[in-house]
Design a protein around this ligand. Structure first.
Ligand code: ZN
Length: 278
């Protein structure tokens, strides 16, 4: 406990000036394998792995602070591209080719809920709900709605090209990773992929399914990807071009849990700048 409180006090970073405006820095410990830094709602968030030595946490935080400060000075614009998915009342969306109209109904209630019926995604929200809460509610709803279609697409591609025993297929709203494949072959896909060209979604699925054959990003792994998508390099570059996350590589000092052992896919994150994978 002493170590924890000491480390918390030692995370103290000067605000970073972005386009003339001082921007605060928050350090958050999280159950992640690799640290990363992002700009979120006007604040720099530095995430460090919870499960490592306090001194190492501080090193990771310092490293990320230096990197994100330098990157923000160099090109601040790139950090505003990758924000949370935002949805608005009245918006028409077409994830995966399904057209839905978003309707927000505010009333005296404590929590927000969402449902989809007859082409309308209805959000029932408390009167004080802001765009962030509504957007999160819509994202949650879409993740559930699209899960079975995602599962079907993963299964189809798997049976055509890989023939692996699959675990669960999940969707998330990660700001930093497009997809992952766990040791049990659970595949996680980013909801954002359902709002961009379908070929990117298929590429990420092929990439993650290739991990069911080869866990590392070795030459043999890329041959597996190439076998299914010969021009995968173009798609990979396309996904990387909207970078906003600064990542660091971190080797776990303790035996990784199953969650942590999931392949973090530094190659397929949402355009991250990494220290060891340029
Ligand atoms: Zn990968």
């Amino acid at each position: 406990m002493l170590g924890l409180s000491r480390i918390k006090n030692s995370y103290s970073f000067e605000p970073v000036e972005i386009s003339g405006k001082p921007t605060g820095v928050n350090v958050v410990e999280s159950d992640i394998k690799n640290g990363y830094a992002i700009l979120s709602d006007g604040v720099i968030i530095i995430k460090v792995p919870r499960r490592c030595a306090p001194r190492r946490k501080l090193e990771i935080a310092n490293d990320l602070y230096k990197k994100i400060s330098a990157a923000l000075q160099k090109n601040p614009a790139r950090f505003f591209r990758n924000k949370e998915l935002e949805f608005y009342d009245g918006e028409i969306i077409s994830p995966f080719g399904v057209t839905l109209a978003i309707r927000v109904l505010k009333s005296e209630r404590k929590t927000a809920s969402c449902s989809i019926r007859n082409g309308v995604l209805a959000v029932k929200a408390p009167t004080h709900a802001d765009e962030i809460l509504i957007s999160k509610c819509v994202s949650n709803c879409l993740r559930k709605e699209l899960a079975s279609q995602a599962r079907k697409l993963v299964e189809d591609i798997n049976s055509l090209h890989f023939g692996s025993a699959l675990g669960k297929v999940r969707l998330n709203s990660s700001l930093s990773v497009w997809g992952s494949c766990s040791p049990k072959n659970d595949i996680t896909l980013n909801l954002r992929l359902f709002f961009i060209d379908r070929k990117f979604l298929e590429y990420v699925i092929v990439h993650e399914l290739a991990h069911t054959h080869v866990r590392s990003h070795s030459k043999r792994f890329w041959r597996e990807v190439e076998r299914v998508i010969p021009d995968y390099r173009i798609l990979r570059k396309g996904l990387k071009s909207s970078g906003t996350v600064i990542k660091t590589e971190y080797q776990s000092e303790v035996a990784p849990t199953e969650k942590e052992a999931a392949i973090p896919d530094s190659g397929e994150n949402a355009g991250a700048v990494t220290s060891s994978h340029p």
